[in-house]
Design a binder for this molecule. Sequence first.
Ligand SMILES: *[C@@H]1O[C@H](CO)[C@@H](O)[C@H](O)[C@H]1NC(C)=O
Ligand SMILES: *[C@@H]1O[C@H](CO)[C@@H](O)[C@H](O)[C@H]1NC(C)=O
Ligand SMILES: *[C@@H]1O[C@H](CO)[C@@H](O)[C@H](O)[C@H]1NC(C)=O
Ligand SMILES: *[C@@H]1O[C@H](CO)[C@@H](O)[C@H](O)[C@H]1NC(C)=O
Ligand SMILES: *[C@@H]1O[C@H](CO)[C@@H](O)[C@H](O)[C@H]1NC(C)=O
Ligand SMILES: *[C@@H]1O[C@H](CO)[C@@H](O)[C@H](O)[C@H]1NC(C)=O
Ligand SMILES: *[C@@H]1O[C@H](CO)[C@@H](O)[C@H](O)[C@H]1NC(C)=O
Ligand SMILES: *[C@@H]1O[C@H](CO)[C@@H](O)[C@H](O)[C@H]1NC(C)=O
Ligand SMILES: *[C@@H]1O[C@H](CO)[C@@H](O)[C@H](O)[C@H]1NC(C)=O
Ligand SMILES: *[C@@H]1O[C@H](CO)[C@@H](O)[C@H](O)[C@H]1NC(C)=O
Ligand SMILES: *[C@@H]1O[C@H](CO)[C@@H](O)[C@H](O)[C@H]1NC(C)=O
Ligand SMILES: *[C@@H]1O[C@H](CO)[C@@H](O)[C@H](O)[C@H]1NC(C)=O
Length: 804
Amino acid sequence: MIPNQFYCFSGIVITLYIVVLHTLASPTVHLCRHDQRDALLEFKHEFPGADMKSSLSSDYDMSSWNKSSDCCSWGAVTCVAKYGQVISLELVNLSLNNFLKPNSGLFKLQYLQRLTLSNCDLYGEIPSSFGNLSHLIELDLGHNKLVGQVPASIGNLTKLRHLRLHGNKLSGKFSVLFANFTQLFTLGLSYNYFEPEPLPNMSRFHRLKIFDVKGNSFFGSFPTSLFTIPSLEWVYLGGNNFTGPIDFGNASLSSTLQYLSLADNRFNGPIPESIFRLLNLRFLNLHNNSFHGPFPAYLFTMPSLQWVYLARNQFDGTIDFGNILPSSNLSFLDLGDNKFDGQIPESISKFLKLEMLDLSNNKLEGKVPGCLRRLKSLRLSHNSFSSFGKSSQVMMDQAQMLELRLDSNSLQGPFPHWICRLRSLKLLDLSNNSFNGSVPPCVRSLTETLQVLNLRNNNFSGLLPDVFVNASRLTELVVSRNQLEGKLPQSLINCTSMELLNVEGNKFKDKFPSWLGSLPILSVLILRSNQFYGPLVSTGFKTLKIIDVSHNDFSGTLPTLYFSNWLEMSEITKLSSYFDPYMGYYVGFFMRGSGFYSSSMELVHKGVDTEFEKIREDYTSIDFSSNNFYGKIPESIGLLKGLRYLNLSNNAFTSNIPQSLANLTILESLDVSKNQLSGPIPPDLDELFSLSTMNFAHNNLEGPIPQGTQFQRQNCSSFMDNPRLSNLEDICGKPHVSNLTPQEPEEILEPEEPVINWIAAAIAYGPGVLCGLVIGHIFVSHKHEWFMEKFGRNKSRALIISVR
Ligand SMILES: *[C@@H]1O[C@H](CO)[C@@H](O)[C@H](O)[C@H]1NC(C)=O
Ligand SMILES: *[C@@H]1O[C@H](CO)[C@@H](O)[C@H](O)[C@H]1NC(C)=O
Ligand SMILES: *[C@@H]1O[C@H](CO)[C@@H](O)[C@H](O)[C@H]1NC(C)=O
Ligand SMILES: *[C@@H]1O[C@H](CO)[C@@H](O)[C@H](O)[C@H]1NC(C)=O
Ligand SMILES: *[C@@H]1O[C@H](CO)[C@@H](O)[C@H](O)[C@H]1NC(C)=O
Ligand SMILES: *[C@@H]1O[C@H](CO)[C@@H](O)[C@H](O)[C@H]1NC(C)=O
Ligand SMILES: *[C@@H]1O[C@H](CO)[C@@H](O)[C@H](O)[C@H]1NC(C)=O
Ligand SMILES: *[C@@H]1O[C@H](CO)[C@@H](O)[C@H](O)[C@H]1NC(C)=O
Ligand SMILES: *[C@@H]1O[C@H](CO)[C@@H](O)[C@H](O)[C@H]1NC(C)=O
Ligand SMILES: *[C@@H]1O[C@H](CO)[C@@H](O)[C@H](O)[C@H]1NC(C)=O
Ligand SMILES: *[C@@H]1O[C@H](CO)[C@@H](O)[C@H](O)[C@H]1NC(C)=O
Ligand SMILES: *[C@@H]1O[C@H](CO)[C@@H](O)[C@H](O)[C@H]1NC(C)=O
């Protein structure tokens, strides 16, 4: 996230006569003009609370600024040697935490040609004094907390060519504020709060090369006038509210446009053939609009195109690439989330440079395509593919393939052995198909690179092979919902990066794998619905957040200190997420800042079998239900202050409900039903204000039900079959609990809407975050905008410098 997207100022011409004094200055010769030095120090002193050290390098901060050295040698400062004038100041990633004063020392640096104050925690309005810096060519105030309107005085900076104000909270009307900025080459206004309005006639901005207004609220029809500007190279209109068809009929015939993003708007209609006028278009992003019509074959005859994103639209019909030229430069193609049907034509193998192909979430069938030797990423999830073409075995250059997602198709037969030859694979998802037979030992050859292996919901049977000795990068292993049996492979102990292990719904018959307790970052352990047996020995497991061992044959007592090791759950996790407007998604929202890949996971949530698409970072859960545990519920449960969900139901626990449960202040759901608990419901549970679902039914509890509203809101069935509980009149409307009819358990299963909502919210953020993870793990991002712009950023730098 280099905020300073376009280092355009330099212009080779200027650099020729600038001597950058970092290299030349001897400490005794003061070349810096004193007024310039004083102005810089005055500016520095305006931020007394600031951390002057930037995270990366003193080339972008004020830590080296002091009177004992020449100010031209200070970090972030560049002078013209001959005159001792400061012409460039470039501060990045500093926590200045203050307003810019109208009479700041900054405005005494009157020779400044380039000024970057990017990601510096600047507040308040942009002072109109910027109008005094009349030599400015480039101004970058991106990624701050600036509010209000852009001062008109900046319009007086007639030399200004590059203006970047992205990632602030600036308001006002674009058509008024920027009316006089017609000389700009770069206008970067993304992610601000400009008033909703249509874009004005843009043809007056006749020198524009880069126009970036993504993430605002512009609306209205396609701004055709913009495309008449002959110098235009990069256009980002994504994330606004534009509607209607697009048309390049008036685009300049010498169009230099290379990058066009219209993503996340409400554009519709077909892709017009007039797009051919964009002779130099390399990147086309139409993701997430309402474009429709048949497959736009002609698009693929444009030799300049390298990246095409048409995902999340309404295109339909069969895929037909037409005449693919051998010179085609297409390397990234995303057609996911449309309504394409039929088969993928063989001709796709003529895209000799194709590296990434996404055709997920369509209605495609037939064979998984082959002969794509340059491919690094293939995503065909959620279609009806039923077999592999003959060529599949040579499908991918075995050294290149990083990601293979074939989940949720109709694939069947044994595990495709050729996959074992994809020696660079990081992500393999074969879940939700009908593969059968054993998981072959050749999987061993994948495990050195593999980060995610998902075989969920197939018919794999037999033992899970003991092949994980070298799987030190594996973070997620999901083999749930198969017919696997026997013991868990001991080599899982070597998966030191493992965060999630899900073997739910198999026939594993083993003791509790207590040895997994030494895995340093294991967060989620799901053994549910197998035949595990014996005591639940718990050592280690310090980082667990979710454990589900329900529906097995575990037995024995839990020692008093049982939970005292589970450190991760003993603190309330703070949500570290924040919306990163630059990335366009929530960062750090899910576990360990990245989130799990696993396309889904079933947990019993508040009595409801819930399929989680994504799990929130602060979700914690213990499910020991439906086993044969007996004895007292350990007091140490009260140490798990971060616990939200606890299910101990359907065991043989005896004695009192521990008082310490009252320490679990964020507990939302508690189920101890179907045990042999006696004594009272601890009255202090009244103070657990988050507790919204609870079940005490079928025990021997006695005494009054706590009066708190959480309790009073429960269904009667939550207390039934405890003959000695009293005060049930308000809840059950009947004097005697024992009269309750047994029809009522159904009500236990009623989902509690308001409570599930936050999970729903998490699921809603899913796709974006999923991408976050994929960026971390895999080289391509599903969040196209991000990836393209990352690419774009580097390119643009080179681009501009060569232009001036
Ligand atoms: C500023 O911070 C971003 C991430 O927050 C980083 O990508 C970038 O390299 C940093 N730039 C400098 C100059 O420190
Ligand atoms: C001034 O800055 C220089 C580096 O530019 C540093 O070596 C020196 O110690 C600093 N002096 C003081 C008094 O901070
Ligand atoms: C800006 O320029 C005007 C006119 O030259 C001057 O009066 C004013 O003091 C300057 N402002 C700053 C902050 O230097
Ligand atoms: C733009 O320039 C015109 C003519 O110089 C001036 O009248 C108008 O106020 C300016 N608009 C803004 C927003 O600065
Ligand atoms: C722009 O410059 C003109 C002439 O120097 C001056 O009169 C005017 O006040 C300036 N406008 C703003 C908004 O600073
Ligand atoms: C925009 O303005 C230019 C020049 O004034 C004019 O030729 C063109 O027709 C206008 N375009 C639209 C779409 O109004
Ligand atoms: C987009 O426009 C519609 C009405 O045309 C409006 O309801 C909606 O709030 C707008 N969305 C944004 C993000 O501005
Ligand atoms: C193209 O330009 C002509 C003449 O300026 C205009 O009449 C027409 O509406 C423009 N077409 C589009 C799609 O803007
Ligand atoms: C699609 O675009 C709409 C705005 O038009 C936005 O609200 C939504 O989050 C986008 N969806 C995705 C998956 O990016
Ligand atoms: C294809 O890409 C190569 C290298 O990136 C480039 O040199 C060539 O000009 C491109 N071809 C077209 C038609 O744009
Ligand atoms: C696997 O784990 C065992 C037990 O911790 C250890 O002895 C062995 O060296 C590990 N092997 C590798 C290849 O890391
Ligand atoms: C409950 O919390 C209190 C106060 O934090 C603490 O003193 C007590 O030890 C806790 N009890 C248990 C069983 O965790």
